[in-house]
Design a protein around this ligand. Sequence first.
Ligand SMILES: C[S@@+](CC[C@H](N)C(=O)[O-])C[C@H]1O[C@@H](n2cnc3c(N)ncnc32)[C@H](O)[C@@H]1O
Length: 215
Amino acid sequence: MGIKERVDRVYSSNNNQELTKNYDIWADEYEQDLIGDSDYLSPEKVADFVLKYVSKSCKILDAGSGTGLAGKVLYDYDYTNLVAIDISEGMLNKARQKNIYTELYKQVLGETLDFPTNFFDAVICVGVFTYNHAPSSAFDELIRITKPEGYIIFTLRPDFYEINQYFQTKMTALESSSQWQFLERGEKYYSHPNTNSDTILEVWTYQVISLMDNG
Ligand SMILES: C[S@@+](CC[C@H](N)C(=O)[O-])C[C@H]1O[C@@H](n2cnc3c(N)ncnc32)[C@H](O)[C@@H]1O
């Protein structure tokens, strides 16, 4: 089974239980598929925006960390205050072996997150907002746990964004209600350039609005 088939399998998960199982099964081969065979670009692309906005001492949540590929790139850029959450214990176990996160937890985006309000300086979410993965409602909790003026940086497939009204509506509504402000939508890139996968992604950056600005 190649990366395209494995991606299709996780995309076709019918519920969180199936999704978790599919990632638990994939955990051992995930990195070989993503970096060994496909030159996965998202971690570096997201890091470009983190480097632009977030200082090195900041506390960053890697939400949907997987095996820690994005966290590792940040760590190598001297971001060492990193926390990971993921729905899959199998993926988290791989991430734990990297020794780059101060804490790792099994938590589910779309449900209440077990962190205090205004806790993180920034959140990254790489490859997690997509077909049958984390829902757009997860943004509410990500905003709650991010400090005012902190950053939420995530990847989205433009095709998914265009056809998924939930994401467009939610992202716009959060802006209209002054929960966050849009900063940037990065250029389109092929996430797996060395494979037959034609997945295109963009990095979106928002800043959480401070309570004072919010009245
Ligand atoms: C495509 S992988 C990306 C992993 C990592 N961020 C990377 O870039 O390599 C998606 C990850 O999101 C996790 N995930 C999917 N839905 C989730 C949810 N609702 N809550 C938490 N994690 C989720 C999966 O278990 C998987 O590890």
